[in-house]
Ligand binder design. Sequence first.
Ligand code: ZN
Length: 200
Amino acid sequence: MPPYPSSFLKLVDELARLPGVGTKTAQRLAFHLLKGDPLRAKNLAQALQNLHQTTHSCRQCFNLAEAELCTLCADSDRDTSLLCVVEEPQDVSALERTGEFKGLYHLLLGSISPMNGIGPDDLKVKELLARLDPGSKVKEVILATNADVEGEATALYLARLLKPLGLKVTRLASGLPMGGDLEYSDEVTLARALQGRREV
Ligand SMILES: [Zn+2]
């Protein structure tokens, strides 16, 4: 054990649990917080403390929200005839950065992955179908799952499920980096993939 006080080690230990952060990085971050302005550390602590109290899932699309509905679902200027299906909140953020999409989203909160024991029932698929009931205004569903094996399998599954409903079902054009997450695609590539979407 390094010769540090236990409260400092506790912080290092918690930071090291974060994805992509090893013990060395955790120590560096902890020292950074210790040496820096105490107010910064306090603000970080406050943000962490509030995180679970203030951030929820949107009742409709499962994006992050502070109220019952996220800011996008609550925005009456969005085009309710277009529904873009994505995996995670980061994907919404990536697509919003393009400024190209004016419809609404539906988040699956994952993708089908038999290897990891994740099937359709573990995703927000039932909730998607509920949003597409005969009374819905949705005319086109854009399948914008990632361009990796799981994302493609998920898109294929949803296409088969949604086509019989008589909706236009489209998939983002290829050109996204293979195996790449939407969130790591640049805006131009993503905007082009959206414009070039094809019916499936
Ligand atoms: Zn929402």
